[in-house]
Design a protein around this ligand. Structure first.
Ligand SMILES: Nc1ncnc2c1ncn2[C@@H]1O[C@H](COP(=O)(O)OP(=O)(O)O)[C@@H](O)[C@H]1O
Ligand SMILES: [Mg+2]
Length: 278
């Protein structure tokens, strides 16, 4: 069962996004709902419209595209058509995100500490000492050992996995309700990927986040998502509880995705759970 709009914190209703230049439809009539406190996945091949859908939830669509029609409601408020000033009160504070390639979001010549402290001072109006304390706490929250050493480090001194933890710390610094992880583990090796997924679930449980996990990799979605939306060529081809979609895919494209993964052991569910769905 997909989330009903009344227990959803984010609702996307018939969203269509097109390229300004030639009118090409890139996201086509997409509807989805993020259940409060839930973990929803979007899966689909590269170019299927995952990132544009995410960006529309953050008010940061590229200039070359536009929302043609549809409605987005975040925490009871319609956000479609809001101006930048109004978005700045939502982005980071209500809906936040991490992406692939965390290093590119940090200034290479400034320490992690100064970058994190800056966010806390500007956006949460902390004084310097309190901001430093909070920054260390945030790094602890994302399970970085020795937060003080990380605060002193420059981005190039940290591994990809550590950088993604830092970006997660920044993403949750303003205590958002919704966190989008768009291909956030894609560039990481499998062990680190599993650690970051585990951390996402930990954050979801500990600070009551609603998670939207986006990946081209069904295995990532299968590991942590309760609900999944399958996108193909900008359209939703299938949606539902993850285990149902994985064990009883209806659309040929979903079947293909599942078949591709079978040999890696997609499955985190026991035989008993599977029987329950069947
Ligand atoms: N700035 C842009 N200008 C024009 N087309 C874009 C832009 N960004 C993305 N697209 C197109 O929109 C489609 C969906 O892209 P995207 O949402 O990034 O896919 P995904 O994240 O699933 O890989 C693709 O065909 C892509 O080429
Ligand atoms: Mg993408």
């Amino acid at each position: 069962m997909t989330a009903r709009s009344d227990d959803a914190i984010v609702t996307v209703d018939a969203l269509t996004i097109a390229a300004r230049a030639d009118g090409a439809v890139l996201v086509d009539d997409v509807s989805l709902a993020l259940r409060r406190g839930g973990v929803t996945g979007i899966v689909g091949e590269s170019g299927s419209g995952k990132t544009l859908t995410c960006r529309s939830l953050l008010g940061v669509l590229p200039d070359a595209v536009e929302i043609r029609s549809g409605r987005i409601v975040v925490d009871g408020r319609e956000v479609t058509g809001l101006g930048e000033r109004q978005w700045s009160g939502i982005r980071g504070t209500v809906v936040s995100a991490v992406f692939q390639d965390p290093g590119s979001y940090l200034n290479p010549s400034v320490t992690i500490g100064r970058q994190l402290v800056e966010v806390l001072r500007v956006k949460r109006r902390y004084r310097r000492r309190a901001a430093h304390r909070e920054a260390a706490l945030l790094l602890g929250l994302v399970r970085l050992r020795d937060p003080e050493a990380v605060l002193r480090a420059y981005p190039h001194e940290l591994s990809g996995g550590m950088l993604q933890r830092v970006l997660l710390a920044i993403a949750v610094a303003l205590e958002p309700r919704v966190l989008i992880a768009d291909e956030a583990t894609t560039a990481l090796d499998v062990t680190v990927q599993a650690e970051i997924l585990d951390l996402l679930i930990d954050l979801q449980e500990r600070i009551g986040l609603t998670l939207l996990v986006v990946s081209h990799d069904l295995a990532v979605i299968a590991q942590i998502c309760d609900e999944v939306v399958v996108l193909k060529d900008g359209r939703v081809v299938e949606a539902g509880p993850t285990r149902q979609v994985i064990h009883h895919p209806r659309h040929p494209y979903t079947r293909l995705l599942v078949a591709e993964h079978e040999r890696y052991g997609l499955d985190r569910f026991t035989a008993e759970e599977r029987a329950h769905v069947a």
